[in-house]
Write a protein that binds this ligand. Sequence first.
Ligand SMILES: Cc1cc2nc3c(=O)[nH]c(=O)nc-3n(C[C@H](O)[C@H](O)[C@H](O)COP(=O)(O)OP(=O)(O)OC[C@H]3O[C@@H](n4cnc5c(N)ncnc54)[C@H](O)[C@@H]3O)c2cc1C
Length: 436
Amino acid sequence: MANLSLEAEVIVVGTGPGGATVARELTRAGRRVLLLERGRPERHHPLYGTHLGALRYAERGGLFFTPEGIQVVVPSMVGGATGMFAGCAAPPPPWLREKYGIDLRSEVAETMEELGIAPLPPEQRGAASTRLAEAARALGYAVYPQPKFIRPERSARFHCGAHCLLGCRCGAKWSAAEFVEEAVRAGARLLTRARVERVLMEDGHTAGVAGRLAGRPFIARAERVVLAAGGLGTPRILQASGLRGAGERMAMDLTLIVYGLTREAGNAQDPPMTWSWDDPELGVMFSTLVDPWLLYPVMAGMRSLRHVLTWPRWKHLLGVMIKLKDNLSGRLLPDGSLSKPLLPEDRDRLREAERAARRILIEAGADPDSIFSSPLRGTHPSATVRIGELVDTNLQTEIPGLYVCDASVFPEALGRPTVLTIIALGKRLARQVLRT
Ligand SMILES: Cc1cc2nc3c(=O)[nH]c(=O)nc-3n(C[C@H](O)[C@H](O)[C@H](O)COP(=O)(O)OP(=O)(O)OC[C@H]3O[C@@H](n4cnc5c(N)ncnc54)[C@H](O)[C@@H]3O)c2cc1C
């Protein structure tokens, strides 16, 4: 059977916040863009935002573990991981500008205004989450209401609680799929179930990509290719294309939740992460969060049977999330598996953060005997194609015409929500491509 052959001015691989933003900006400026996405459009599927849905669109049904036991959550659908994100927004860390010369201030301001990024109104931050925030404040932390990509006024049914993390069913939360839809309306071509395997090169220049479309081989030709397949997807493609160094060492923003039981209602039915506070010395962000109902016993069961037995009291759980700015370690192997050993320094900081979360939970009324930590999770696989090593500050690889625009370009762990930074990088790259 002959290969299916496609052609465009710019090919964008992946439709997470990186790919969706670049595609939208370039299409609006009149470029002929082909968007290739491995996943499917899920937002209007009846199972979207349910536990069964999450099994469909999270890589390996959400049960993707490193040999070290870290659960890596990799959503695959139109919109990428924003189809399952907590909707938190944080500006890029100051070190990105000071140390690496990437100034995203105007792109961030533009995005915040366009998407109406702001904390939820006080009455929608959740009573138990607010109690946890007050406890943290009483212990000396500078607590702040978490800015969100969620606008309750976009929905008449804003009450999803922890289930919000399975996918937004009420429509209040922004997803990169919205930028994809805009790009398509402006003339971009979107192909789903299109898995890109490698980049084509001719005379040392980018010539397109090759892969499989619903299982059938295809080739797509373009002089410019933007890889935005995420912190794991992009290095896989680069490895298969012969680019050395991709996927060597990585960051995850390692995450866990410290739980405690209380007599009153807990924060499981509050929107996720409505209040946050940071410990910059420890390199840790804290926030208010409880796992969705069916995921909780799985996580608790990985700790002990005693903790699974708390499942019927899910509504009485108080949860404090810890996000650690981890050191670069481990590697992505060409067979798709990955290893992420925890360095001793990371382990020590994590233990210190768990002790702090425990103090906060007790201050908020949790029973000290009930407190335990969930297993570790990596929701921000990143820093696998780092700026300054495999891409330059304009996000171009050593191959002319081949760019990367996603979480893989972070030079180090962000240690905070990533999406606002990635959208800003996408806007900046689109301007750069339009100038050349
Ligand atoms: C549960 C969860 C909660 C989170 N909460 C937040 C939050 O509140 N705030 C925040 O800022 N961040 C959050 N994040 C992180 C954030 O969503 C990701 O870091 C971000 O979406 C990464 O964007 P990206 O463009 O790098 O790639 P992704 O969003 O990962 O998108 C990559 C896309 O490329 C596709 N793809 C992969 N390989 C191929 C291939 N070979 N061919 C074609 N397509 C391919 C994938 O299917 C995917 O759709 C969360 C993540 C998770 C999992």
